[in-house]
Every structure is written in structure tokens, then in C-alpha cells.
Design a protein around this ligand. Structure first.
Ligand SMILES: Cc1cc2nc3c(=O)[nH]c(=O)nc-3n(C[C@H](O)[C@H](O)[C@H](O)COP(=O)(O)OP(=O)(O)OC[C@H]3O[C@@H](n4cnc5c(N)ncnc54)[C@H](O)[C@@H]3O)c2cc1C
Length: 451
């Protein structure tokens, strides 16, 4: 059957072992299974052809961006082909006067930022990994800057989508608001490749901040750090990033990067200020708020190089933890709760980790109520790690939160979907069945179609 795919897309289909291996697991490698083949698309026609072939041969397809997702989204469950969009990597237009750019889905967030930097503009969504904008849209990614700029749903204005079978539609417009019709753009953003393949995205750009100030605040306890973060969110400070890291995080970072940060809970804070004078007074206000919550040390990072070092430490956290426990597998939790509940979420996390005897790294985009844990899991801890994840999700849901703030449901969190959404899952299933009745796009992810 794959011969007909080779014939339709000559030179673009690979069955090489190295290509199959590269498309068999995401960054966590918690699940691993190779696809039947990989299609390397370089334009919309390739995507249309692949999805038409998929429908004719009833072969499921998994769209693939940069492969950095964390919930098994891109892992084949059996018989799928991977549709790799990383070769669709052209920025098609930058429109400074409209503050938007049009790009193919394989453009990475750092490549997009390089393309718009000369215009004094910024594409702010920052999940840490150098993900593709197609994959970021498909997971509704967010990250360190979401508190100021929003996540992908706020920053993708329009998109071109290829539906199962190969029909091409456009959703959304290059405007900041529209009330026109059902919002298919926002339905597709976050659909994890289960409804459509994006072949073009129109994204919002923002002016680069002129005055940036970052601070590292060291605390004796995670609770103290969370209290300071809550106070900052209640203030009028222009917070652009506000990240929590715990003692184990800092230990892992020091070992991995050779740094000598204090091995205590910390907040990494960045503010985008309107003037040099505002920068000084606002940095002082941050320090004063932190002082009230028992800060032990305040360090400033004013130069671009100092800030890059600070944020590199945060972005390297997952890899640092992996290096600290090289022989273990990883469970990542990603609950988000209302801001008033962050301190309690952290308290419950520490309590359950302790009770279950697990080494747990706590970090998070606290300004968004998004509390991550990374759990390095030894083989004999597998059941306890699953119990830990269940307990955290149950607690988050009980206080009005969500099972996943940004990584998505994928395969790993499917069991939480009905717990969170109840009968609304039936509506989601009906939407999936209406758009993809044969279940050809990324099957078994988010939800299952009834047989
Ligand atoms: C160290 C680390 C830190 C992370 N931190 C964050 C974080 O702070 N915030 C956050 O949101 N995420 C985070 N992630 C997860 C990950 O970076 C995001 O989920 C990212 O958006 C995935 O993009 P990708 O290009 O790698 O997509 P992939 O992993 O390739 O794909 C992700 C999903 O999108 C679908 N897809 C890919 N391209 C398309 C397309 N063109 N059309 C339709 N569907 C498509 C795939 O089928 C899959 O379901 C982190 C991951 C790592 C490893």
C-alpha cells in the first residue's frame, strides 16, 4: 500500500529506520512506537495529497511539527504514517503596520522571532522548547510570557487547515476581533492534529519591550515564594514572566549547567517597563513585596546576557532533571488552578509527594496558576507516580482548575477528560465525528470515536 504513497509523493516518503525512530516518541520518550512511514511535506499540495491518500487507503496520519510535545501526542498507536511539516518553514509575510506575520507551520518560534526582530517586533509565546508554530497552535501552547501576552489561542488570528480527505479551508481573519460565525479557528487551535492539519498561520506580533528587568528572588520555602508571587499579581506591576522553581530544580540546574545558584526555592521575575526610571522603581517594589514574604536574597539581571543566563536555567530545567536521574522515566503534571488556589495546590503537591515517597520537582508558571511537577520515576515507583498524578488532578478539579494548563490531553491524560468535562465530552466526540468520521487524524489522542 505504501507504494501508492511513494508514487503520489515521489522522494518525500521515507521508510528509513532513522526517520521512523525519530518520529516514534516525543521529548519525554515515555511511549515509543514507530510510524509505518514518514511523509516530509514541503508545501500545501503535499499535505492535501497525503490526506487524500489517507482517506482512500483508510490509513491514519499523525501531523508532526518539532516533536517536543509532552503527552504522547505524536506517538503512533499502530499503523499511522507521520506527516512531518518541519520542511514547511517559510515566513511568508511580516506586516509591521498590522503587527502580524504569516508563516508556514514548520517555522519555529525562534526562527519567527529572528524574522521579525529587525522590525522591532516580537512573537512572545514561549514554551521553552524550540517548537514549531504549527505544533504550538495544535497544542494551544503557552509558557513563561503568557501572563502578559497570552497563549497561542490569543496570538493565532487566522489559519489555513487541510481537513481529512484533503479539503482546504481558512478560519479566522488577520484582525484583533471578529464576531463572524462559529469560531472554527479557536476550535482547531488546541485540537492536537485530531481535526485538521495547519498549512499556514497568521499570528499576532508585539513591540519589543524597550526596558526589561529580570530578578531572581530566593526564599526559604516554596510557600514563601508563592505568597510573594501572589502579591505581585495583585499589584499593578508590569509582570511579563513570573516563574516558580523549587530546591530540587535549582540543584538539578546547578549540576547540569555548572552554575552556583542557591539551592532554595526561587521566583524568576521579568518586567517589561515603559521607561528606565519606571524600571528602577518597579524593581524596588518587587523586592519590597518579596521582603514581606520572607525573601532571603534578591539578584538582578539587567543586561541581555544576564537575562539570557537566567532564562536558560529555567528552560533547561527538564533536561537538568533528566541528567540528575538518567536511569529513570518521567511523569509530568501540568494542572492549572485559580490564582487564589496556587498556594494550596503547591501544599497538596508537597504533601502527596512526601506521603508517596517520590522525588518531585515543583516548578510552574505561577502567574497563570499553572503548577508543573516533574517526577523522575524508578520502575518500582510507577504505580505511586500514577496515583500522585491522579491525586493532583482530582485536587485541581475540585477547586475549579484543569487537568492540563498547556501540555494538552494527548494520550497520557485521556482518563481525566470526562472527569473534567462530564457530558461535554459527548459534544467533543460529535465534533470529531463530524469533521473526521473515519478517525484518520491522530486517532486515539484526546478522545476515542465510538466504534
Ligand atoms: C522541556 C520542555 C518544556 C516545555 N514547556 C512547555 C511550556 O512551558 N508550555 C507549553 O505549552 N508546552 C511546553 N512543552 C511542550 C511542547 O513544547 C509544546 O506542546 C509545543 O507546542 C509542541 O510543539 P511541536 O512543534 O514540538 O509539536 P509536536 O510535538 O510535533 O506536535 C504536537 C501536536 O501538534 C500536532 N501538530 C503538529 N504540527 C501540526 C500542524 N501543522 N497541524 C496540525 N497539528 C499539528 C501533532 O499531531 C501533535 O498532536 C515543553 C516541552 C519540553 C520538552
Amino acid at each position: 500500500m505504501l507504494e501508492s504513497l511513494h508514487a503520489r509523493l515521489p522522494g518525500k516518503v521515507s521508510e528509513r529506520a532513522a526517520d521512523l525512530e525519530q518520529h516514534s516518541a516525543d521529548e519525554t520518550a515515555a511511549l515509543r512506537r514507530p510510524p509505518a512511514a514518514v511523509v516530509f511535506a514541503t508545501d500545501r499540495h503535499d499535505v492535501v495529497t497525503a490526506l487524500a491518500w489517507s482517506q482512500e487507503t483508510r490509513t491514519p496520519v499523525i501531523p508532526y511539527g518539532a516533536g517536543t510535545s509532552a503527552e504522547g501526542h505524536i506517538v503512533p498507536l499502530g499503523g499511522e504514517i507521520a506527516l512531518d511539516l518541519s520542511g514547511m518553514d517559510r515566513v511568508l509575510a511580516v506586516c509591521p503596520e498590522d503587527f502580524l506575520a504569516v508563516a508556514q507551520p514548520g517555522v519555529t518560534r525562534t526562527a519567527l522571532n529572528r524574522a521579525v526582530a529587525g522590525e522591532g517586533l516580537l512573537f512572545p509565546v514561549d514554551p521553552g522548547a524550540d517548537a514549531s508554530i504549527g505544533g504550538m497552535a495544535a497544542t494551544n501552547a503557552s509558557g513563561t510570557t503568557t501572563v502578559r501576552y497570552g497563549g497561542m489561542r490569543s496570538n493565532v488570528l487566522a489559519l489555513e487547515a487541510v481537513l481529512p480527505g484533503g479539503k482546504v479551508i481558512r478560519c479566522g481573519r488577520g484582525v484583533r476581533k471578529t464576531s463572524s460565525g462559529y469560531d472554527l479557528k479557536d476550535l482547531f487551535v488546541g485540537s492536537a492534529g485530531t481535526l485538521a492539519v495547519f498549512t499556514e498561520l497568521t499570528v499576532a506580533l508585539h513591540p519589543q519591550p524597550a526596558h526589561v528587568h529580570a530578578q531572581r528572588l530566593v526564599f526559604g520555602t516554596v510557600a514563601g515564594a508563592v505568597a510573594a508571587a501572589t502579591a505581585m499579581m495583585a499589584s499593578a506591576l508590569p509582570v511579563a514572566r513570573l516563574e516558580l522553581v523549587d530546591t530540587l530544580s535549582m540543584r538539578a540546574v546547578n549540576r547540569h549547567l555548572g552554575t552556583d545558584y542557591p539551592e532554595s526555592p526561587a521566583l524568576f521575575v521579568e518586567m517589561h517597563c515603559s521607561s528606565e526610571a519606571a524600571l528602577d522603581s518597579e524593581a524596588e517594589e518587587v523586592a519590597a513585596l518579596a521582603w514581606d514574604s520572607g525573601v532571603l536574597k534578591v539578584a538582578s539581571a539587567r543586561t541581555a546576557a544576564d537575562r539570557a543566563a537566567l532564562w536558560s536555567a529555567r528552560h533547561q530545567l527538564f533536561f537538568a532533571v533528566k541528567a540528575l536521574y538518567p536511569e529513570r522515566r518521567y511523569l509530568i503534571t501540568d494542572t492549572a488552578v485559580p490564582l487564589s488556589q496556587v498556594a494550596e495546590m503547591v501544599r497538596v503537591t508537597e504533601k502527596e509527594a512526601d506521603a508517596l515517597g517520590l522525588d518531585v520537582v515543583i516548578a510552574g508558571h505561577v502567574a497563570d496558576g499553572n503548577v508543573h511537577t516533574i517526577v523522575p520515576v524508578a520502575p518500582e515507583q510507577a504505580d505511586r507516580a500514577r496515583e500522585f498524578s491522579d491525586l493532583l488532578v482530582e485536587h485541581a478539579l475540585s477547586v475549579g482548575g484543569t487537568a492540563t494548563g498547556e501540555h494538552g490531553i494527548g494520550v497520557a491524560k485521556k482518563k481525566y477528560l470526562r472527569l473534567e468535562h462530564g457530558d461535554a465530552v459527548d459534544v467533543m466526540t460529535a465534533v470529531k465525528a463530524a469533521i473526521d468520521p473515519l478517525g484518520l487524524l491522530n486517532p486515539g489522542k484526546i478522545l476515542d470515536l465510538p466504534r
